[in-house]
Write a protein that binds this ligand. Structure first.
Ligand code: ACO
Ligand code: ZN
Length: 176
C-alpha cells in the first residue's frame, strides 16, 4: 500500500529542501496563508481571485516553503510569450516572477533563493528560456538577491507602483 494512503492524509510531495524547510507545490488550501504572508511583507496586494487564477493556470511554478507544517514563504509565477527581455530582438517564452516573499523571522536562510531556483527549473520544463520580474528600485535586498541569481537590470518602469515609485525590470537567461 502506498505510504501516502497510510495515515488517511495525502503525503505532500517535497521538491526541495533548505535547512529544515521543505519546498513543495502550493495547494488551494495554502492560499489564505500565502495571502497573509503577502499582506505582511509587501505593499502590493492582489485580490483572492488573482491568486486562485495564477494557481489554476500555473500550478507548476507556484511554490511554498514550510517548516514543520507551517508555510513561511512563497513564489508565484506566470509563463508568458512576448518580447524577449534578454535578447535585443525577438519573441521568447518567459517565466515571470510575479511575487516572492518570506516571513521576516525566516529570512537570510536561503529560502527565497531556493524558491526561485526551483521555480526556474519548472519554467524551463514549460519551455521558457528566460525569466524576469519587476522590483521596486528601493528594494535593495531583493535586487541583491536577484543579482546573486544572475539577474540583470534590463529596464526601468517609471511610476510603476501606485505610490509612484519606479520599478526595475530584471531578467536572466535560463540555462538548459
Ligand atoms: N540584506 C542584504 N542582502 C540580502 C538581504 C538583506 N536583508 N536579503 C537577501 N539578500 C541577498 C543576500 O545576497 C543573500 O545572500 P546571503 O544571505 O548569503 O548574504 C541573498 O539575497 C539570498 O537571500 P535568501 O536568504 O535566499 O533570501 P530570503 O529568503 O531572506 O528572502 C526576500 C529575500 C524575498 C527579498 C525577503 O527579504 C522578503 O520577503 N522581503 C519582503 C518581500 C519582497 O520584497 N519580495 C520581493 C518583491 S519583488 C517580486 O516579488 C518580484
Ligand atoms: Zn510582474
Amino acid at each position: 500500500m502506498p505510504a501516502s494512503l497510510g495515515g488517511g492524509r495525502l503525503q505532500k510531495f517535497v521538491i526541495g529542501r533548505v535547512g529544515d524547510y521543505e519546498i513543495r507545490k502550493c495547494e488551494r488550501e495554502d492560499l489564505p496563508t500565502v495571502i497573509d504572508i503577502n499582506t505582511r511583507t509587501l505593499p502590493e496586494h492582489y485580490s483572492d481571485f488573482f491568486y486562485q487564477e495564477i494557481l489554476a493556470e500555473f500550478p507548476e511554478t507556484f511554490l511554498v516553503a514550510e517548516q514543520a507544517g507551517t508555510v513561511v514563504g512563497y513564489i508565484m509565477c506566470r509563463v508568458e510569450y512576448g518580447f524577449s527581455q534578454v535578447k535585443r530582438l525577438g519573441l521568447a517564452r518567459k517565466g515571470h516572477i510575479v511575487s516572492v516573499a518570506v516571513l521576516e523571522e525566516h529570512r537570510r536562510k536561503g529560502i527565497a533563493t531556493k524558491l526561485i531556483q526551483l521555480a526556474q527549473e519548472e519554467m524551463r520544463k514549460k519551455a521558457a528560456n528566460e525569466s524576469y520580474l519587476e522590483v521596486r528600485v528601493s528594494n535593495t535586498n531583493a535586487v541583491q538577491l536577484y543579482e546573486e541569481l544572475g539577474y540583470k537590470v534590463t529596464g526601468r518602469l517609471e511610476a510603476y507602483y501606485r505610490d509612484g515609485e519606479p520599478a526595475y525590470v530584471m531578467a536572466a537567461h535560463l540555462s538548459s
